[in-house]
Design a protein around this ligand. Structure first.
Ligand code: ZN
Length: 181
């Protein structure tokens, strides 16, 4: 059994005027990411949306000092970007679609993702979304440590930092044993 983990493809991370945007590099993967999401959803595979959620004031969160505020609870910035939002709304009631909020880079940090995957017998994860070298990377490292096989479609991940994007792709392949497709 396999799952698609869709990470942070939201307005703030992708739209031109998003608060922590990957800009054109992020919007360039829109069509491929949407297609991949449709593929998994229609096939009945488990589709997980792991989406950053922050509060406007959160003195205890380390990201506050590192990044501009983003994906603030109750704002448009947290909506999925482009047609992914429409597609998610159309399919969100399906039993193979699961959306949850995350507070850290990794989709496994402080969430029930691992048990949700294990109870379905899932051993293979495909990761898509942004940013390649931050949230996708931290999710991939946790997945590796938990024993999952990882696959990353190169044209479905992006970052605002292209060098870091390329470094992360090499790390997935050479250090985490991920399939880059
Ligand atoms: Zn964040």
């Amino acid at each position: 059994m396999k799952a698609l983990i869709s990470i942070d493809y939201t307005y703030d991370f992708v739209a031109e005027d998003g608060l922590l945007t990957t800009g054109e590099l992020g919007s360039a993967i829109h069509d491929k990411l949407l297609l991949k999401t449709k593929e998994f959803t229609e096939a009945g595979d488990f589709v997980v949306y792991a989406i950053d959620k922050h509060e406007r004031e959160d003195d205890y969160h380390p990201e506050m000092a590192l990044f501009p505020p983003h994906n603030i609870s109750g704002t448009k910035g947290r909506e999925l970007f482009g047609e992914l939002e429409t597609y998610y709304q159309e399919t969100k009631d399906r039993t193979n679609v699961y959306y949850f909020d995350k507070r850290h880079y990794s989709a496994f940090s402080g969430t029930d993702l691992d048990i949700r995957l294990r109870e379905r017998g899932i051993t293979e994860l495909t990761l898509v979304g942004v940013c390649t070298d931050i949230c996708v990377l931290h999710t991939a490292v946790d997945a590796y440590n938990l024993g999952y096989k990882i696959s990353i479609p190169e044209d479905c991940v992006a970052s605002f930092d292209e060098d870091a994007h390329r470094w992360a792709l090499a790390h997935f392949k050479n250090v985490l044993g991920a399939k880059i497709v």
